[in-house]
Design a binder for this molecule. Sequence first.
Ligand code: 13P
Length: 256
Amino acid sequence: MRRFLIAGNWKMNCGPADAAELLEGLKENKAEVADEVDVLVCPPFVSLSMSVNYLHDTDIQVGAQNLHFEDNGAYTGEVSASMLVEAGCAYVIIGHSERREYFGETDETVNKKVKKALSADLVPVICCGETLDQRKAGDHFDLVKTQITAAFAGLSADEALDTVVAYEPIWAIGTGETASPEQAQEMHAHLRSVLADLYDEDTAEGIRILYGGSMKPGNAEELLGQKDVDGGLIGGASLKADSFAEVITIAEKLSA
Ligand code: 13P
């Protein structure tokens, strides 16, 4: 069984003061003693350093929500991989649907960013997922295959093993609507087979595939209970210490 990764994507929430409060709550909820589960929080850029400092005596890791694929230079408003490493990040979310929709992220920029993250020893959390219309049209399997094939272009099997994939159906993000456990498992198994075709079975088995889209304490057990669901990328429910800690506890129990 793969080790669960429970990740919180805070999106554009929690500057340093709110971040301190949320992390304090997480510590109180004892999420840091989740021995059997990897835990990650992804605050906005301005809260990264303080989050790393705040969590230094815990097992909770910190990741960013984006990076630029160039090393440095005249790219106003952007942040490089080495800057994230210097801030203490271990992970970086890449290609979230909100970045694809609002900030012009494409399969090509996702691929460049994945390569840059890996070259800096950051673990990329590579997002994919379909809209409701694409699902209704029956295009969802082909679409995520295209996204994942592009994201992994030029990566060796060893590099692929240093990545995490997140399946986030856009219709389930922030909507309160969740993929059913069967829908999640079906798509995760498909992603696993896409990765096996790109590499081999062992490599595909070694890559964690997270589910994201309204995951919360009330549905985490059945989603995480699916064979190919290796964790969660959690938005709304990661902004409350008790609900995020509860999901971690559920993952911990399922790992036992
Ligand atoms: P919600 O959990 O708020 O639906 O967000 C999911 C997500 O986009 C995580 O990256």
